[in-house]
Design a protein around this ligand. Structure first.
Ligand code: SF4
Length: 293
């Protein structure tokens, strides 16, 4: 298999088969990110992809029903390229029912609604969009490369095309004293869209990022543990569309999940418990003990 980085995937995709069609990240400029530094961005030649699919088909256990594409944003590949990849997947791995991966908001720009509709019918669905925030100040500060209006405009194309998707929220991204704006503005964006899931994790800085340098020089101050759970609580309070909310990640001390609006109180109770724990100082060392994401 041609993997240029380690396997990256959300927890719910653990039983998928992993296929690389792009290496690295097409953007690679987000100041908090240390992923994919080991690989230059590249779209894999189709011959290489076919070789990998054939290798997957040769494994004794090959009844994969989902392919999770590797790379930071494999959905950047063109419509024609993705359709050819789908043809090869279904030819050699007939049990596959869907294809997903991580994605950037600007990956949608090079596809029309009609092309997205065809891709959805061909099984492309439930990509995890790392929009992270709906707050333009944060998006610019973190160098995400798009604004909140771009998030809405592009993801609406997926809504129109009937392609289900997941929106990521990165807690603590605004730093100390900025949680309310991050949460409220992110909820405002989410409320104009129809994600099947909002998936939250928490900013945890590693030494090799520009943002960690800003932390060392005092240009960025991290959100406290209490602020992080308060921020998630404001987010959950302000999401008004029906969706699934999950915050099940190594960057959170307990898994949090539920359907909104039905489970809002249950989720808030869990978050209130975490706020109390943080106030008591019991979570002071929690983030220091996260060594990888
Ligand atoms: S956060 Fe995502 S888009 Fe930004 S540099 Fe990292 S992998 Fe690329």
């Amino acid at each position: 298999m041609h993997f240029s980085s380690g396997i990256n995937r959300p927890p719910y995709e653990a039983y998928d088969a992993f296929l690389q069609i792009t290496s690295g990240c097409s953007h690679r400029k987000c100041v908090f990110c240390s992923f994919y530094n080991d690989a230059k961005f590249r779209i894999s030649p189709l011959e290489e992809v076919e070789e990998d699919i054939k290798e997957m088909a040769s494994y004794p256990y090959k009844k994969y029903d989902r392919i999770y594409l590797q790379g930071a944003d494999p959905f950047i590949a063109s419509y024609d390229y993705l359709m050819k990849v789908a043809d090869m997947i279904y030819k050699y791995l007939p049990n596959v029912k869907s294809i997903g991966g991580y994605a950037r908001i600007d990956n949608i720009r090079n596809k029309s609604v009609s092309q997205l509709r065809t891709l959805a019918k061909r099984g492309f669905k439930n990509f995890y969009f790392g929009n992270e925030s709906g707050d333009d100040f944060i998006l610019k500060r973190m160098n995400k490369g798009y604004k909140a209006e771009d998030v809405i405009k592009n993801l609406r194309k997926l809504d129109e095309a009937g392609m289900p998707y997941i929106m990521n929220f990165l807690g603590g991204l605004g730093g100390h004293n900025y949680g309310d704006s991050h949460a409220v503005k992110s909820a405002e964006v989410i409320n104009q869209l129809n994600p099947v899931m909002v998936y939250a994790s928490e900013l945890t800085l590693f030494p090799e990022t520009p943002l960690s340098e800003d932390l060392n020089t005092g240009k960025f101050e991290e959100a406290t543990e209490e602020e992080r759970y308060q921020e998630l609580s404001v987010l959950v309070e302000n999401i008004k569309i029906p969706t699934v909310f999950k915050a099940e990640h190594v960057t959170l001390p307990v898994p949090i999940r539920g359907r909104l609006p039905e489970d809002r109180n249950k989720i808030q109770n869990t978050l209130n418990g975490l706020i109390d724990l943080a106030k008591s100082g019991k979570l002071d060392k929690f983030r220091e003990n996260i060594f990888s994401l």
